[in-house]
Ligand binder design. Sequence first.
Ligand code: FPP
Ligand code: MG
Length: 298
Amino acid sequence: MFDLAAYLAERRRLVDEALHRYLPPAEGPVRELVEAMAHSLFAGGKRLRPILCLAGAEAVGGEEVEPFLPVACALEFIHTYSLIHDDLPALDDDDLRRGQPTCHVKFGEARALLAGDALLTEAAALCLDPGLTAGLDPRRLQRAAHLIFSSAGVRGMVGGQDADVAAAGRDVERELVDFIHANKTGALIRAAVGSGAILGGGDEDQIETVLDYGRLIGLAFQIQDDILDIEGDAATLGKVVGADARLGKATYPALMGLDPARDRARDLVARATELALSLGVSAEPLAAVAGYIVERRI
Ligand code: FPP
Ligand code: MG
């Protein structure tokens, strides 16, 4: 029986160690900027995106972990930047995340803005660091980096976030909720696991299967996020719950009700699990992580 909890804990440890290595030193004139980056980077995230990248590589036969860590950690840099900016007063105006004061509450708005900018640009530098990525096939690295950065931009996360902001407080159609979820959250998750499959040496069919898996769990992840915002435990989540309803956010539970949203998330995960299992025994972690998406309480 595959031990998912042990797998996640071990991968988290490797990712955390690498993140510490890759963050610039907090000294000199940039000390407070790096402290602001570190505050959000080490506030207790699940490291889901880096773990998905590593599991994506493993699923197609990439057995080592070390060569993939720069790209895996770049994904966490991008994710953390998006959380810092999402919490800013101009967007969600949240004071608490992962049980800690948000970056702008602790370091001020200007520095939080710049900490986010710095994490995004460091992510690109990390992905393309010649020293750290010398062991990877350059064409595969280029393809993986393109997938990640295009999925973080207008064609992905930022595009979804903008649509989300525009839709708040309005009546929205199901298609728009799909668009928002698939892009705001789903795109980076899909890119995380897909970049792993690319770097791990997957063939076109395997990469396609993994990307499809990523699309399904990315959507399921955001549905579960919306569900937890309604029925989750604030202390466990480390943030205020009920914010979506207060802000009139376009969510599946708001659109279709809690139970149908739950069924939809479970159905997406079941389909993703099947796809992972079709890749064989090396994709066991990937299959197990899919289940975790809807079981998680945090
Ligand atoms: C929680 O992830 C985060 C989400 C569900 C993503 C929401 C999307 C955004 C905040 C995009 C914002 C975009 C911009 C450009 C501002 P998680 O549960 O994995 O968090 P963790 O790292 O704390 O575990
Ligand atoms: Mg938010």
